[in-house]
Design a binder for this molecule. Structure first.
Ligand code: UD1
Length: 421
Protein backbone atom coordinates (compact mmCIF):
# COMPACT_ATOMS: atom_id res chain seq x y z
CA UNK A 1 0.00 0.00 0.00
CA UNK A 2 1.32 3.41 -0.93
CA UNK A 3 0.04 6.94 -0.52
CA UNK A 4 0.90 10.46 -1.66
CA UNK A 5 1.71 13.06 1.01
CA UNK A 6 1.11 16.54 -0.35
CA UNK A 7 1.82 19.97 1.15
CA UNK A 8 -0.51 22.08 -0.94
CA UNK A 9 -0.68 25.75 -1.73
CA UNK A 10 2.37 26.17 -3.99
CA UNK A 11 2.09 27.63 -7.50
CA UNK A 12 3.27 25.19 -10.14
CA UNK A 13 5.96 26.72 -12.33
CA UNK A 14 8.36 25.35 -14.95
CA UNK A 15 8.52 22.70 -17.63
CA UNK A 16 7.78 19.01 -17.77
CA UNK A 17 7.99 16.38 -20.50
CA UNK A 18 4.95 14.21 -21.24
CA UNK A 19 5.44 10.49 -21.90
CA UNK A 20 3.63 8.01 -24.14
CA UNK A 21 -0.10 7.43 -23.90
CA UNK A 22 -1.44 4.56 -21.80
CA UNK A 23 -4.50 4.19 -24.00
CA UNK A 24 -2.34 3.99 -27.11
CA UNK A 25 0.22 1.50 -25.85
CA UNK A 26 -2.27 -1.01 -24.39
CA UNK A 27 -4.09 -1.90 -27.66
CA UNK A 28 -0.77 -1.87 -29.50
CA UNK A 29 0.64 -4.42 -27.04
CA UNK A 30 -2.31 -6.69 -27.88
CA UNK A 31 -1.82 -6.09 -31.62
CA UNK A 32 1.81 -7.20 -31.24
CA UNK A 33 0.43 -10.79 -31.30
CA UNK A 34 -0.10 -10.34 -35.06
CA UNK A 35 3.63 -9.90 -35.66
CA UNK A 36 5.77 -13.03 -35.81
CA UNK A 37 8.86 -10.81 -36.19
CA UNK A 38 10.41 -8.25 -33.84
CA UNK A 39 8.46 -5.27 -32.51
CA UNK A 40 10.16 -2.25 -30.98
CA UNK A 41 7.97 0.27 -29.20
CA UNK A 42 9.47 3.58 -28.14
CA UNK A 43 8.08 6.32 -25.85
CA UNK A 44 6.41 3.52 -23.90
CA UNK A 45 5.13 4.65 -20.47
CA UNK A 46 6.47 2.69 -17.47
CA UNK A 47 3.06 2.37 -15.80
CA UNK A 48 1.57 -0.66 -14.08
CA UNK A 49 -0.89 -1.34 -16.94
CA UNK A 50 2.09 -1.64 -19.32
CA UNK A 51 3.82 -4.07 -16.95
CA UNK A 52 0.64 -6.16 -16.71
CA UNK A 53 0.32 -6.27 -20.52
CA UNK A 54 3.96 -7.38 -20.71
CA UNK A 55 3.13 -10.23 -18.31
CA UNK A 56 0.28 -11.27 -20.60
CA UNK A 57 2.61 -11.26 -23.62
CA UNK A 58 5.22 -13.33 -21.75
CA UNK A 59 2.56 -15.79 -20.53
CA UNK A 60 1.44 -16.53 -24.08
CA UNK A 61 4.94 -17.03 -25.45
CA UNK A 62 6.60 -13.68 -26.30
CA UNK A 63 10.02 -12.56 -25.14
CA UNK A 64 9.98 -8.98 -23.86
CA UNK A 65 12.80 -6.62 -22.86
CA UNK A 66 11.90 -3.23 -21.37
CA UNK A 67 14.77 -0.72 -21.16
CA UNK A 68 13.93 2.82 -20.07
CA UNK A 69 10.99 3.64 -22.36
CA UNK A 70 11.75 1.16 -25.13
CA UNK A 71 10.12 -2.24 -25.42
CA UNK A 72 11.57 -4.99 -27.58
CA UNK A 73 9.17 -7.86 -28.18
CA UNK A 74 10.03 -11.06 -30.04
CA UNK A 75 7.63 -13.84 -30.94
CA UNK A 76 8.44 -17.26 -29.47
CA UNK A 77 7.91 -20.64 -31.17
CA UNK A 78 4.16 -20.86 -30.60
CA UNK A 79 1.58 -18.51 -29.16
CA UNK A 80 -0.70 -19.86 -26.44
CA UNK A 81 -4.35 -18.85 -26.59
CA UNK A 82 -5.10 -18.73 -22.87
CA UNK A 83 -4.49 -15.63 -20.76
CA UNK A 84 -3.90 -16.32 -17.05
CA UNK A 85 -6.84 -15.09 -14.95
CA UNK A 86 -4.66 -12.97 -12.64
CA UNK A 87 -3.75 -10.62 -15.55
CA UNK A 88 -7.09 -10.69 -17.39
CA UNK A 89 -9.04 -9.55 -14.35
CA UNK A 90 -6.58 -6.77 -13.49
CA UNK A 91 -7.28 -4.46 -16.40
CA UNK A 92 -10.03 -3.87 -18.90
CA UNK A 93 -7.72 -3.73 -21.89
CA UNK A 94 -7.01 -7.47 -21.51
CA UNK A 95 -10.18 -7.87 -23.64
CA UNK A 96 -8.17 -6.52 -26.61
CA UNK A 97 -6.20 -9.78 -26.64
CA UNK A 98 -9.46 -11.50 -27.66
CA UNK A 99 -9.39 -10.16 -31.23
CA UNK A 100 -5.61 -10.50 -31.41
CA UNK A 101 -5.52 -14.16 -30.28
CA UNK A 102 -8.50 -15.19 -32.41
CA UNK A 103 -6.79 -13.60 -35.40
CA UNK A 104 -3.49 -15.40 -34.77
CA UNK A 105 -4.30 -18.76 -33.13
CA UNK A 106 -8.00 -19.16 -33.96
CA UNK A 107 -8.74 -19.55 -30.25
CA UNK A 108 -8.80 -17.39 -27.12
CA UNK A 109 -9.81 -17.92 -23.53
CA UNK A 110 -9.68 -15.31 -20.83
CA UNK A 111 -11.49 -14.26 -17.68
CA UNK A 112 -13.89 -11.33 -18.01
CA UNK A 113 -11.76 -8.18 -17.86
CA UNK A 114 -11.29 -5.99 -14.81
CA UNK A 115 -10.07 -2.39 -14.70
CA UNK A 116 -11.39 0.77 -13.07
CA UNK A 117 -15.01 0.43 -12.00
CA UNK A 118 -16.80 3.12 -14.00
CA UNK A 119 -20.35 1.78 -13.93
CA UNK A 120 -21.45 -0.94 -16.33
CA UNK A 121 -18.48 -1.52 -18.58
CA UNK A 122 -20.19 -3.91 -20.97
CA UNK A 123 -18.29 -5.88 -23.63
CA UNK A 124 -21.28 -6.74 -25.85
CA UNK A 125 -19.95 -4.68 -28.77
CA UNK A 126 -16.63 -6.56 -28.72
CA UNK A 127 -18.42 -9.93 -28.59
CA UNK A 128 -21.10 -9.15 -31.20
CA UNK A 129 -18.55 -7.71 -33.61
CA UNK A 130 -16.25 -10.74 -33.35
CA UNK A 131 -19.24 -13.09 -33.71
CA UNK A 132 -20.24 -11.23 -36.89
CA UNK A 133 -16.71 -11.98 -38.14
CA UNK A 134 -17.23 -15.69 -37.55
CA UNK A 135 -16.05 -16.27 -33.98
CA UNK A 136 -17.90 -18.66 -31.66
CA UNK A 137 -17.89 -17.21 -28.16
CA UNK A 138 -19.16 -18.93 -25.02
CA UNK A 139 -19.23 -17.39 -21.56
CA UNK A 140 -18.94 -19.81 -18.63
CA UNK A 141 -18.31 -18.87 -14.99
CA UNK A 142 -16.96 -15.37 -15.75
CA UNK A 143 -14.68 -16.75 -18.46
CA UNK A 144 -14.84 -16.36 -22.23
CA UNK A 145 -14.02 -19.30 -24.52
CA UNK A 146 -13.69 -18.35 -28.19
CA UNK A 147 -12.76 -20.12 -31.38
CA UNK A 148 -12.97 -19.66 -35.11
CA UNK A 149 -12.12 -21.61 -38.25
CA UNK A 150 -10.97 -18.32 -39.74
CA UNK A 151 -12.33 -14.81 -39.29
CA UNK A 152 -14.03 -13.22 -42.28
CA UNK A 153 -14.47 -9.57 -43.15
CA UNK A 154 -17.94 -8.10 -42.74
CA UNK A 155 -19.82 -4.82 -42.10
CA UNK A 156 -20.23 -3.95 -38.43
CA UNK A 157 -22.21 -0.93 -37.20
CA UNK A 158 -21.44 -0.18 -33.55
CA UNK A 159 -24.39 1.05 -31.41
CA UNK A 160 -21.89 3.31 -29.60
CA UNK A 161 -18.41 4.37 -30.78
CA UNK A 162 -16.64 2.27 -28.15
CA UNK A 163 -12.88 2.83 -28.16
CA UNK A 164 -12.06 -0.72 -27.07
CA UNK A 165 -14.54 -2.45 -29.41
CA UNK A 166 -13.27 -0.41 -32.39
CA UNK A 167 -9.68 -1.40 -31.54
CA UNK A 168 -10.50 -5.07 -30.95
CA UNK A 169 -12.29 -5.36 -34.29
CA UNK A 170 -9.53 -3.49 -36.14
CA UNK A 171 -6.92 -5.92 -34.79
CA UNK A 172 -9.05 -8.99 -35.58
CA UNK A 173 -9.82 -7.71 -39.09
CA UNK A 174 -6.13 -7.56 -40.03
CA UNK A 175 -6.06 -11.37 -40.38
CA UNK A 176 -9.67 -11.82 -41.59
CA UNK A 177 -10.55 -12.89 -45.13
CA UNK A 178 -11.83 -9.93 -47.15
CA UNK A 179 -12.84 -6.43 -46.12
CA UNK A 180 -14.19 -5.37 -42.71
CA UNK A 181 -16.06 -2.08 -42.37
CA UNK A 182 -16.59 -0.61 -38.90
CA UNK A 183 -19.30 2.04 -38.89
CA UNK A 184 -19.81 4.47 -35.99
CA UNK A 185 -16.18 3.77 -35.07
CA UNK A 186 -14.38 5.59 -32.24
CA UNK A 187 -12.24 8.48 -33.50
CA UNK A 188 -9.87 8.90 -30.54
CA UNK A 189 -6.19 9.71 -31.31
CA UNK A 190 -5.27 6.37 -29.71
CA UNK A 191 -7.39 4.52 -32.32
CA UNK A 192 -5.43 6.42 -34.97
CA UNK A 193 -2.13 5.41 -33.33
CA UNK A 194 -3.20 1.75 -33.41
CA UNK A 195 -3.99 2.12 -37.13
CA UNK A 196 -0.48 3.54 -37.73
CA UNK A 197 1.02 0.54 -35.93
CA UNK A 198 -1.09 -1.96 -37.89
CA UNK A 199 -0.16 -0.24 -41.15
CA UNK A 200 3.51 -0.57 -40.19
CA UNK A 201 2.83 -4.34 -39.95
CA UNK A 202 1.55 -4.19 -43.52
CA UNK A 203 -2.19 -3.96 -42.81
CA UNK A 204 -4.39 -2.07 -45.26
CA UNK A 205 -6.52 0.35 -43.21
CA UNK A 206 -8.45 3.43 -44.27
CA UNK A 207 -10.47 5.95 -42.31
CA UNK A 208 -8.98 5.71 -38.78
CA UNK A 209 -9.95 8.99 -37.10
CA UNK A 210 -13.28 9.08 -38.97
CA UNK A 211 -16.58 7.34 -38.23
CA UNK A 212 -15.96 4.62 -40.85
CA UNK A 213 -12.87 2.43 -40.79
CA UNK A 214 -12.16 -0.13 -43.52
CA UNK A 215 -9.63 -2.92 -43.13
CA UNK A 216 -8.66 -5.17 -46.01
CA UNK A 217 -7.55 -8.39 -44.30
CA UNK A 218 -4.67 -10.81 -44.75
CA UNK A 219 -2.14 -8.24 -45.85
CA UNK A 220 0.06 -8.06 -42.75
CA UNK A 221 3.51 -9.58 -42.92
CA UNK A 222 6.00 -10.85 -40.39
CA UNK A 223 8.35 -7.99 -40.06
CA UNK A 224 10.61 -5.90 -37.89
CA UNK A 225 8.57 -2.91 -36.79
CA UNK A 226 9.48 0.19 -34.78
CA UNK A 227 6.65 2.37 -33.51
CA UNK A 228 6.66 5.50 -31.34
CA UNK A 229 3.68 5.89 -29.00
CA UNK A 230 1.82 9.23 -29.16
CA UNK A 231 1.98 11.58 -26.14
CA UNK A 232 -0.52 10.99 -23.34
CA UNK A 233 -3.15 13.72 -23.73
CA UNK A 234 -4.79 12.81 -20.41
CA UNK A 235 -1.55 13.08 -18.40
CA UNK A 236 -0.94 16.39 -20.21
CA UNK A 237 -4.49 17.57 -19.46
CA UNK A 238 -4.09 16.59 -15.80
CA UNK A 239 -0.95 18.75 -15.44
CA UNK A 240 -2.63 21.68 -17.21
CA UNK A 241 -5.48 21.51 -14.70
CA UNK A 242 -2.91 21.27 -11.87
CA UNK A 243 -1.39 24.56 -13.09
CA UNK A 244 -4.85 26.13 -13.45
CA UNK A 245 -5.78 25.18 -9.87
CA UNK A 246 -2.52 26.45 -8.34
CA UNK A 247 -2.45 29.80 -10.20
CA UNK A 248 0.62 28.45 -11.96
CA UNK A 249 2.42 28.84 -15.25
CA UNK A 250 3.85 25.70 -16.82
CA UNK A 251 5.01 24.42 -20.20
CA UNK A 252 4.39 20.85 -21.31
CA UNK A 253 6.91 19.41 -23.75
CA UNK A 254 6.34 16.51 -26.14
CA UNK A 255 2.58 17.01 -26.55
CA UNK A 256 0.24 17.25 -29.52
CA UNK A 257 -1.59 20.59 -28.99
CA UNK A 258 -4.28 19.61 -31.52
CA UNK A 259 -5.23 16.47 -29.58
CA UNK A 260 -5.42 18.60 -26.43
CA UNK A 261 -7.94 21.10 -27.87
CA UNK A 262 -11.02 19.43 -26.29
CA UNK A 263 -9.35 20.15 -22.92
CA UNK A 264 -7.58 23.45 -23.56
CA UNK A 265 -10.74 25.07 -24.94
CA UNK A 266 -12.44 24.63 -21.55
CA UNK A 267 -9.35 25.82 -19.65
CA UNK A 268 -9.59 29.00 -21.73
CA UNK A 269 -13.26 29.28 -20.75
CA UNK A 270 -12.07 29.12 -17.12
CA UNK A 271 -9.85 32.16 -17.73
CA UNK A 272 -6.50 30.47 -18.44
CA UNK A 273 -4.22 31.69 -21.23
CA UNK A 274 -2.79 28.99 -23.48
CA UNK A 275 -0.02 29.16 -26.08
CA UNK A 276 0.74 26.24 -28.36
CA UNK A 277 3.80 25.46 -30.46
CA UNK A 278 4.14 22.33 -32.62
CA UNK A 279 5.01 20.10 -29.66
CA UNK A 280 4.58 22.27 -26.54
CA UNK A 281 1.74 23.95 -24.69
CA UNK A 282 2.13 26.72 -22.10
CA UNK A 283 -0.62 27.59 -19.65
CA UNK A 284 -0.86 30.71 -17.50
CA UNK A 285 -3.60 30.56 -14.88
CA UNK A 286 -5.64 33.52 -13.62
CA UNK A 287 -5.83 34.39 -9.92
CA UNK A 288 -9.41 33.14 -9.84
CA UNK A 289 -10.86 30.45 -12.12
CA UNK A 290 -14.18 31.14 -13.85
CA UNK A 291 -16.94 28.52 -13.53
CA UNK A 292 -18.24 26.62 -16.58
CA UNK A 293 -22.05 26.92 -16.81
CA UNK A 294 -22.38 23.68 -18.74
CA UNK A 295 -19.82 21.00 -19.56
CA UNK A 296 -20.52 17.41 -20.67
CA UNK A 297 -18.18 14.56 -21.49
CA UNK A 298 -18.46 13.27 -25.06
CA UNK A 299 -16.63 10.86 -27.33
CA UNK A 300 -13.69 12.35 -29.24
CA UNK A 301 -13.42 15.10 -30.37
CA UNK A 302 -15.66 16.08 -27.44
CA UNK A 303 -14.52 16.75 -23.87
CA UNK A 304 -12.91 13.47 -22.66
CA UNK A 305 -14.46 11.46 -19.83
CA UNK A 306 -10.91 10.78 -18.58
CA UNK A 307 -10.65 14.52 -17.71
CA UNK A 308 -14.05 14.75 -15.97
CA UNK A 309 -12.80 14.12 -12.41
CA UNK A 310 -9.91 16.60 -12.77
CA UNK A 311 -12.27 19.33 -14.03
CA UNK A 312 -14.74 18.52 -11.24
CA UNK A 313 -11.90 19.21 -8.77
CA UNK A 314 -10.99 22.49 -10.50
CA UNK A 315 -14.60 23.72 -10.61
CA UNK A 316 -14.93 23.27 -6.83
CA UNK A 317 -12.65 26.30 -6.44
CA UNK A 318 -14.04 28.37 -9.33
CA UNK A 319 -15.74 31.72 -8.82
CA UNK A 320 -19.38 30.59 -9.20
CA UNK A 321 -21.60 27.63 -10.07
CA UNK A 322 -20.90 24.98 -12.69
CA UNK A 323 -22.74 22.01 -14.11
CA UNK A 324 -20.76 18.97 -15.25
CA UNK A 325 -22.40 15.96 -16.92
CA UNK A 326 -20.84 12.53 -17.43
CA UNK A 327 -22.37 11.04 -20.56
CA UNK A 328 -19.87 8.36 -21.62
CA UNK A 329 -19.95 6.17 -18.49
CA UNK A 330 -23.05 5.73 -16.35
CA UNK A 331 -21.33 5.93 -12.96
CA UNK A 332 -18.09 7.87 -12.81
CA UNK A 333 -18.54 9.62 -9.49
CA UNK A 334 -16.11 8.08 -7.01
CA UNK A 335 -14.17 11.38 -6.64
CA UNK A 336 -17.27 13.26 -5.45
CA UNK A 337 -17.44 11.85 -1.93
CA UNK A 338 -13.68 12.37 -1.51
CA UNK A 339 -13.81 16.00 -2.70
CA UNK A 340 -16.67 16.55 -0.25
CA UNK A 341 -14.29 15.49 2.57
CA UNK A 342 -12.32 18.63 1.64
CA UNK A 343 -15.45 20.76 1.92
CA UNK A 344 -16.31 20.81 -1.80
CA UNK A 345 -19.94 21.66 -2.54
CA UNK A 346 -21.08 19.12 -5.13
CA UNK A 347 -24.64 17.86 -5.57
CA UNK A 348 -25.34 14.84 -7.73
CA UNK A 349 -28.61 14.67 -9.68
CA UNK A 350 -30.83 11.60 -9.10
CA UNK A 351 -29.34 9.74 -12.09
CA UNK A 352 -25.84 10.43 -10.64
CA UNK A 353 -24.68 11.69 -14.02
CA UNK A 354 -24.75 15.45 -13.49
CA UNK A 355 -22.72 17.27 -10.84
CA UNK A 356 -23.91 20.69 -9.67
CA UNK A 357 -20.79 22.36 -8.32
CA UNK A 358 -20.83 25.47 -6.15
CA UNK A 359 -17.37 26.99 -6.36
CA UNK A 360 -15.76 28.23 -3.13
CA UNK A 361 -12.55 30.15 -2.42
CA UNK A 362 -10.62 27.13 -1.12
CA UNK A 363 -10.89 23.55 0.08
CA UNK A 364 -9.62 22.08 3.36
CA UNK A 365 -6.75 19.58 3.60
CA UNK A 366 -7.88 15.99 4.26
CA UNK A 367 -7.01 12.31 4.12
CA UNK A 368 -8.45 10.99 0.88
CA UNK A 369 -8.71 7.66 -0.92
CA UNK A 370 -8.39 7.11 -4.67
CA UNK A 371 -11.06 4.71 -5.95
CA UNK A 372 -9.91 4.64 -9.55
CA UNK A 373 -7.16 6.12 -11.73
CA UNK A 374 -8.61 9.54 -12.63
CA UNK A 375 -10.28 9.87 -9.24
CA UNK A 376 -6.79 9.60 -7.75
CA UNK A 377 -5.44 12.22 -10.16
CA UNK A 378 -8.28 14.61 -9.30
CA UNK A 379 -7.63 14.24 -5.56
CA UNK A 380 -3.93 14.96 -6.02
CA UNK A 381 -4.87 18.17 -7.90
CA UNK A 382 -7.31 19.22 -5.17
CA UNK A 383 -4.62 18.60 -2.54
CA UNK A 384 -2.01 20.61 -4.51
CA UNK A 385 -4.35 23.60 -4.57
CA UNK A 386 -5.16 23.42 -0.86
CA UNK A 387 -2.76 24.94 1.72
CA UNK A 388 -1.80 22.37 4.39
CA UNK A 389 -1.09 18.64 4.32
CA UNK A 390 -3.33 16.14 2.55
CA UNK A 391 -2.89 12.42 1.96
CA UNK A 392 -4.11 10.52 -1.10
CA UNK A 393 -4.25 6.80 -0.38
CA UNK A 394 -4.41 3.89 -2.87
CA UNK A 395 -1.57 5.23 -5.02
CA UNK A 396 -1.67 1.96 -7.00
CA UNK A 397 -4.64 3.28 -8.98
CA UNK A 398 -2.71 6.40 -9.99
CA UNK A 399 0.32 4.31 -10.97
CA UNK A 400 -1.82 2.51 -13.55
CA UNK A 401 -1.71 5.60 -15.74
CA UNK A 402 0.96 8.07 -14.50
CA UNK A 403 4.60 7.03 -14.79
CA UNK A 404 5.78 9.12 -11.85
CA UNK A 405 3.30 11.86 -11.05
CA UNK A 406 5.22 12.75 -7.89
CA UNK A 407 8.49 13.39 -9.80
CA UNK A 408 6.75 15.44 -12.50
CA UNK A 409 4.92 17.60 -9.95
CA UNK A 410 8.05 17.99 -7.81
CA UNK A 411 9.86 19.24 -10.91
CA UNK A 412 7.11 21.87 -11.20
CA UNK A 413 7.65 23.01 -7.60
CA UNK A 414 5.03 20.96 -5.76
CA UNK A 415 5.76 19.27 -2.44
CA UNK A 416 4.56 15.70 -2.93
CA UNK A 417 6.07 12.38 -1.93
CA UNK A 418 5.05 8.79 -2.51
CA UNK A 419 5.40 6.73 0.66
CA UNK A 420 4.79 3.17 1.79
CA UNK A 421 2.24 2.62 4.57
C1 UD1 B 1 -11.27 3.49 -23.21
C2 UD1 B 1 -10.12 4.04 -22.40
C3 UD1 B 1 -10.65 4.74 -21.16
C4 UD1 B 1 -11.66 5.81 -21.56
C5 UD1 B 1 -12.73 5.24 -22.48
C6 UD1 B 1 -13.66 6.29 -23.04
C7 UD1 B 1 -8.37 2.46 -22.89
C8 UD1 B 1 -7.46 1.38 -22.40
N1 UD1 B 1 -9.26 2.93 -22.01
O1 UD1 B 1 -11.94 2.55 -22.41
O2 UD1 B 1 -9.55 5.34 -20.49
O3 UD1 B 1 -12.29 6.29 -20.40
O4 UD1 B 1 -12.12 4.57 -23.60
O5 UD1 B 1 -12.96 7.27 -23.72
O6 UD1 B 1 -8.26 2.90 -24.01
N2 UD1 B 1 -19.71 0.00 -23.98
C9 UD1 B 1 -20.73 -0.88 -24.18
N3 UD1 B 1 -20.45 -2.09 -24.76
C10 UD1 B 1 -19.18 -2.43 -25.16
C11 UD1 B 1 -18.13 -1.49 -24.96
C12 UD1 B 1 -18.42 -0.29 -24.36
O7 UD1 B 1 -21.88 -0.61 -23.84
O8 UD1 B 1 -19.00 -3.54 -25.67
C13 UD1 B 1 -19.96 1.30 -23.31
C14 UD1 B 1 -19.27 1.38 -21.93
O9 UD1 B 1 -20.05 0.76 -20.93
C15 UD1 B 1 -19.13 2.86 -21.75
C16 UD1 B 1 -18.93 3.39 -23.16
O10 UD1 B 1 -19.36 2.35 -24.05
O11 UD1 B 1 -20.31 3.41 -21.22
C17 UD1 B 1 -17.50 3.76 -23.48
O12 UD1 B 1 -16.68 2.63 -23.37
P1 UD1 B 1 -15.41 2.40 -24.29
O13 UD1 B 1 -15.29 3.49 -25.29
O14 UD1 B 1 -15.46 1.00 -24.79
O15 UD1 B 1 -14.24 2.53 -23.25
P2 UD1 B 1 -13.00 1.56 -23.05
O16 UD1 B 1 -12.50 1.11 -24.37
O17 UD1 B 1 -13.30 0.56 -22.00
Amino acid sequence: MRQYRIQGGQRLLGEVKIGGAKNAVLPILAAVCLNQGETIITNCPRISDTFDSIEILKSIGFRVAFTENTLKITAGDGIKHEIPDEYAIKMRSSILFLGALLATTGRASLALPGGCKLGDRAINLHIEGLQAMGAEIIQQNDKLYCKTDGLKGTKIALDFPSVGATENLMIAAVNARGETTIKNAAREPEVQDLARFLKALGAKIQGAGTKTIKILGQNATTTKVTHKIIPDRIVAGTYLVAAAMTKGEITLQNVDPFDLTPVTSYLKEMGCTLHANPSTVTITAPTLLKPIPFLATKVHPGFPTDMQAQFAAALTIADGNSQLTESVFNCRTSHVKELRKMGAKITLTADKCTFLIEGRPKLNPATLAAHDLRCGAALILAALATPGESLVQNANYVQRGYESIESDLTQLGATITLEKI
